[in-house]
Design a protein around this ligand. Structure first.
Ligand code: GMT
Length: 372
């Protein structure tokens, strides 16, 4: 089968899921075409059955905003025709589902019936998509997709609550290629490069947007380091990063925080970690939490969105109300002080991650492609 994948090529979770999905499908013999404005960060272009088509946006002085949807739509029509694609799988509704709908209509006039699968990832529904500026077009493009999936039950409920939806939404969770993690954990993990023997390592990975509450991460870490010698590893770049740096200076803990920037080796970073922090305002699933758990790292998170579907309170980590940094710090400290409990949580986290394995989730997408 020939599948086109449209996604954001950046470090966000939706792009990561789309890229890992495409590469796994290619590995199984599907012909996979990525169509986006830049090569996705985790994409291995040299892998068999993988193709990449760049969307160029022509600049013109009249435009205050470049019409990306238009350029994407034209490219989709071109690639579907040229490579005889059968399915377009678009990740993140805005503007991808809308562009795919337009391409579908244009192709219909040429006698081509392309199926559109839309995967809802999170803020395309919760923070951005339901905003009055976008809502009408987002609702329309969801309702006019051939198949719709969401990455958690929570996101499905949010979608049904925020929009007038008249199609079925299939829940297909984020997944993890667990093969990548144990290997790193046992052989390549050189934690002494970052912390001394007696120090604990706390980590956080995100695109440092306000929704991820990275300032809460610093607040929680500050409370932890007052009781337990520790270092904070921050992976990712984004709009809040300067405020984060400033906060660590204000609190006098700048020397205990390691800023790693964007990384393609999140699994290598996570193998150092004793605890992962994810105090997000909203999180439709929390791929970062799943990646941490696959690397045997318990997660201290909020209880928002789909996080309770991934992180099990008192088993794989702890869940707290949004903004309750005192409780999150207390839970982390208790866990770090009790080696037996910490080891038990690490094992539980790793076991829970196995439920979201590539082997379990990939067939769910394949089934949808076959039946659409
Ligand atoms: O919705 C976003 O913030 C963007 C998206 C991304 O591209 O980073 O993240 C979402 O999709 C991930 C993959 O499905 C989920 O694991 C994240 O929980 C989700 N982020 C939010 O809901 C904030």
């Amino acid at each position: 089968m020939k599948i086109g994948i449209v996604c954001y090529p950046t470090f966000g979770g939706s792009g990561v899921v789309a890229t890992e999905l495409g590469m796994s499908l290619a590995d199984k013999g599907y012909e996979v075409h990525f169509i986006t404005y830049k090569q996705p960060v985790r994409l291995d272009l040299l892998a068999k059955n993988i193709h990449f088509h760049e969307v160029y946006v022509e600049e013109y002085p009249l435009f205050q905003f470049q019409p990306y949807e238009l350029a994407l739509t034209s490219k989709l029509v071109e690639v579907v025709q040229l490579h005889k694609l059968e399915v377009l799988h678009v990740h993140y509704a805005i503007p991808h589902a809308y562009a795919a709908y337009m391409a579908k209509q244009m192709l219909k006039q040429k006698g081509i019936d392309i199926k559109v699968v839309t995967t809802l990832h999170g803020t395309d529904i919760t923070l951005v998509g339901s905003h009055p500026t976008y809502k009408t077009a987002v609702e329309f493009s969801i309702n006019n997709s051939d198949v719709v999936t969401s990455v958690s039950n929570s996101l499905k409920e949010d979608t049904l609550r925020l929009f007038n939806i008249n199609v079925n939404i299939n829940v297909i969770y984020n997944f993890i290629d667990s093969k990548k993690y144990p290997e790193i954990h046992e052989s390549e993990c050189n934690r002494s490069a970052l912390a001394t023997e007696n120090e604990r390592i706390i980590s956080h990975v995100s695109n440092m947007r306000p929704v991820k509450r990275p300032i809460d991460v610093v607040e929680i870490f500050d409370r932890i380091q007052k009781e337990i010698p520790s270092k904070l590893l921050l992976v990712g770049e984004g709009p809040e990063i300067e405020k984060v740096e400033l906060k660590t200076k204000e609190l006098g803990i700048y020397d205990k925080v390691i800023f790693l920037g964007n990384s393609n080796d999140v699994n290598k970073v996570l193998c150092y970690s004793d605890i992962f922090l994810l105090p997000s305002e909203t999180e439709s699933f929390g791929l970062a939490a799943l990646e941490a758990m696959a690397a045997k790292t318990p997660v201290i998170s909020t209880n928002t969105g789909g996080l309770p579907e991934v992180n099990i309170d008192g088993v794989t980590g702890y869940l707290s109300d949004l903004g309750n940094v005192d409780e999150m710090a207390k839970n982390a400290i208790n866990l770090l002080k009790d080696e037996t409990l910490l080891n038990e949580f690490k094992k539980n986290a790793n076991n829970q991650a196995k439920a979201f394995s590539l082997e379990a989730i990939l067939p769910e997408y394949e089934k949808l492609y076959r039946n659409c």
